[in-house]
Design a protein around this ligand. Structure first.
Ligand code: SAM
Length: 277
């Protein structure tokens, strides 16, 4: 796996997914995003960085929580995601929220500049999640906190076959280790390895509800992590991949729709203050 290629696939894939993302994912990801924000316990006036911010589903509530005396910086590798988040913040008059296109593994941001760093459902897409965690620690002020959410274990995520289904048709370079961070104690371990202290992690079960088969397909293919590979499929390949994916989630069908199990892990750690380091 070539890291630069994986980053490009993510960058341009999420550019393609931007118009479908909230429609298919905002309700489904909300339990993890809400828990991440609760664990962050943001206070008025704080400076917050939201990595892999997407359309701003976490950035905007974070900006509201810190208020105009605070600051929210959202970054994402996809220019169109950043644009969308910026537009939403502008629409809401959140002028203390700014957004920049930036990869999470090399942040063009000063040391110690933030009280809190957030990353919701982003780390699984990075070729080097550990580098991003070290960057999160670097840009946090001493005593600052990081809160991250990832998808849980593969066996608990009923939609997981999307990856082999796409990989069988195109060399997609999507995210070979997608479920690794959410397996066992891995996420807490990665935070501790990046020198965070007071690390806690929680596992949440969720149900991803889709009212129709088309919605379940839209979420899995056009609106999510395989959007880049999917955009290259011809009609016949699309139809075959759709059929195979629907077969893989058939056990979760309820009436016209689907209730697909999912799992998230949300973890928090602190950058130690110098005396505690
Ligand atoms: C599932 S979305 C999550 C967006 C948002 N945090 C949320 O909770 O809705 C994943 C995001 O990760 C971004 N991403 C993928 N690889 C990245 C990288 N190397 N650096 C920064 N962002 C990245 C994608 O562009 C996409 O917006």
């Amino acid at each position: 796996m070539e890291p630069a290629l994986q980053r490009r696939v993510q960058r341009y894939g999420w550019d393609k997914a931007v118009d479908d993302y909230e429609r298919f994912w905002s309700a489904q990801l909300q339990p993890a995003q809400d828990r991440l924000l609760e664990m962050a316990a943001l206070e008025s006036g704080e400076h917050v960085l939201d990595l892999a911010c997407g359309t701003g589903l976490v950035s905007l509530p974070a900006a509201r929580a810190v208020g105009p005396s605070g600051r929210l910086v959202g970054t994402d590798i996809s220019a169109r995601m950043v644009e969308r988040a910026r537009e939403e913040a502008h629409r809401e008059g959140l002028s203390h929220a700014v957004f920049e296109r930036m990869g999470a593994e090399a942040l063009d941001l000063p040391d110690g500049a933030f009280d809190v760093v957030l990353c919701a459902l982003g780390l699984m897409y990075l070729p080097d999640a550990s580098a991003a965690l070290h960057e999160m620690r670097r840009v946090l002020a001493p005593g600052g906190r990081a809160v991250v959410a990832v998808w849980g274990a593969r066996g608990k995520c009923g939609w997981a076959d999307i990856f082999p289904i796409v990989d069988a048709r195109v060399r997609s370079e999507v995210c070979p280790l997608f479920f690794m961070l959410g397996t066992g104690e891995r996420l807490a371990h990665e935070l501790a390895s990046a020198d965070f202290t007071d690390v806690t992690a929680e596992r949440l079960s969720a149900v991803l509800e889709y009212a129709t088969a088309d919605d379940a397909l839209g979420a899995a293919f056009a609106g999510g992590p395989v959007a880049m590979a999917y955009s290259r499929f011809d009609e016949a390949t699309r139809a075959a991949a759709h059929a195979e994916y629907l077969a893989s989630i058939a056990a979760y069908r309820q009436g016209e729709g689907y209730r697909i199990p999912g799992e998230f892990v949300v973890a928090r750690g602190t950058r130690p203050a110098p005396e505690a380091a």
